[in-house]
Structures are given as structure tokens and as C-alpha cells.
Design a protein. Structure first.
Length: 276
């Protein structure tokens, strides 16, 4: 159970890091805002069209009397919207990471540099990394969709479907959120999707401690936008933990900045006071 607290601490530490780097934090809001507008429009369309979609999918219930018809279709409409919200939370992170890929890579690299001065790189071109990231995000989406359909079906179970299943949905969402965010740091270390999932499954409590509070926060409009830079920073710390790397600054960090000076640079790639 201790890993739950460790995961949550990484999430909080990541947010503190982002807030202490003003310019970096500000630039990190733009990709999230662009994605939020698109997703908000899609969720509004789903909210207005869910009733008609459920009615079309359940013609066998047309002859049911009141109040059973309304209760049945109302329940399915709520479950459908909850499923759409779950997929939106998961895919929001994927899409935002793709839109802001160069920026979030830089955030993760700066966090690595602030620990021990070691900034791993994949050595691949930007476009190849973008292709790998897109492919892996689609694979995660397929897995999330399968879980979503399963949870949707289990939602028909009386009592359990209205209590335990929504809770399980947040744990599933939190796990996949953690994978998506950790992929920024782990991909630079040449850890592929299968390897990332294996690492996270070996420490599910750590992944849930990080991802479940984030999934709950993402349900609130606009919150996801402001948490994204810090979530990437925190996921970098979590990734280092998974690989047995130090997660606190070492003697290689430059005093007073919290950043380490990479080879060939006179100063670390941190925001200066004038840039904040």
C-alpha cells in the first residue's frame, strides 16, 4: 500500500516543479487548451445525442410502460456518457502529448537533468519518435476501449453496476493515464510499450497512486490543461523510480537552480528568473 502514497507524492512533486518554472508552465498550457476545445465539443455533442442513440439501439424497449422505459434508457444514457468521459480522459493525455510533443519532451529532459545531470535520448529522429508515439497511443486506445466495453456491459449488473463499476473505471483510467505520461521519459530510454506495461503492472499501486487522483481531477473542466506540465514532470520521477534511478537531486545538480548542466552547456536548460 505504500506505493499508493509514493505515486501520489510524485504527482504532487511534478506539479510543484511545473509551478516553479513559470515560462515552461505557461507554454505547456497551449497544447492542452487546443485539445480541450476539441474534446469539449465532442462531449457536448455526445450529451445532446446520447438519448437518440440509446433509443435507436434499444428498439425492443419501445413498448415498455412508465416508469421502466425511462429508467432503463436513462441508465444506459448515463453509462454511455460515463464511457465517453472515460475514453476522453484517457485519450486527452495521448492527443495532448502528441500536439505538444517537443515541449513535453523538454520538460521531461529538464527534470532528468535536475536529478543527476543524465539526460537519456533515444537517438531517433523527431518524426520517427512521433510515429512510434502515435502508434503506441493507438494501441493504448484499443486496450482502453476493450476495458470500456467490458465495464459498460458490467454496468447492467444491479447495485454492482452503479457502485463498484464506476470505481473500477477510474482505476483502469488511472493506470492508462500513468502509462501515457510515463511514456515520455521511458521512450527516451528505449523502453517500448510492452516493457512499459510490464513495469507498471509490476507496481500497480504506484501507477494507481499517481494516475487515479489525476483521472479524478481530469473530470473537472479545464483542470487537465493546468495539470499536464506537472503531470509529465511527475511521471518522469515515477519512471526513474521504476527503473531504479535516483529521484532526488544528486551532487551533479547545479546548486541554486535545481538543474544539472549537460555536457557542452555553460548553464542548465532551466527557466531564468527573467523568463518566469
Amino acid at each position: 500500500m505504500g506505493d499508493l502514497g509514493v505515486g501520489f507524492r510524485y504527482l504532487m512533486n511534478g506539479q510543484r516543479w511545473a509551478l516553479s518554472h513559470g515560462k515552461t508552465f505557461g507554454l505547456g498550457l497551449l497544447p492542452g487548451l487546443i485539445t480541450l476545445v476539441v474534446y469539449a465539443a465532442a462531449l457536448v455533442a455526445l450529451a445532446f445525442g446520447a438519448d437518440d442513440l440509446i433509443a435507436w439501439a434499444t428498439p425492443f424497449a419501445d413498448g415498455w410502460g412508465s416508469p421502466w422505459l425511462g429508467l432503463f434508457r436513462g441508465f444506459l444514457t448515463a453509462v454511455l456518457f460515463a464511457l465517453g468521459l472515460m475514453l476522453a480522459v484517457i485519450t486527452f493525455t495521448s492527443v495532448t502529448l502528441l500536439v505538444g510533443s517537443p515541449f513535453y519532451d523538454a520538460v521531461s529532459e529538464r527534470v532528468d537533468a535536475s536529478i543527476d545531470g543524465n539526460v537519456p535520448t533515444s537517438g531517433r529522429s523527431f518524426w520517427y519518435d512521433l510515429w512510434v508515439s502515435t502508434r503506441d497511443s493507438l494501441r493504448i486506445l484499443v486496450r482502453a476501449a476493450i476495458w470500456g466495453v467490458l465495464l459498460f456491459a458490467l454496468g447492467f449488473i444491479p447495485v454492482v453496476g452503479q457502485t463498484a463499476i464506476p470505481v473500477a473505471g477510474f482505476f483502469v483510467t488511472g493506470f492508462f493515464l500513468t502509462e501515457e505520461l510515463a511514456s515520455v521519459a521511458l521512450a527516451r530510454r528505449d523502453v517500448d510499450l510492452r516493457g512499459r506495461l510490464t513495469l507498471l503492472r509490476s507496481r500497480r499501486m504506484l501507477a494507481w497512486g499517481f494516475g487515479v487522483p489525476l483521472a479524478l481531477a481530469y473530470v473537472i473542466p479545464f483542470v487537465a490543461v493546468f495539470l499536464m506540465p506537472g503531470a509529465v514532470a511527475g511521471a518522469t520521477l515515477l519512471s526513474r523510480d521504476l527503473l531504479g534511478e535516483p529521484t532526488a537531486p544528486t551532487a551533479d545538480a547545479v546548486p541554486g537552480t535545481g538543474e544539472a548542466a549537460p555536457a557542452g552547456l555553460a548553464k542548465p536548460p532551466a527557466d531564468t528568473p527573467a523568463e518566469r
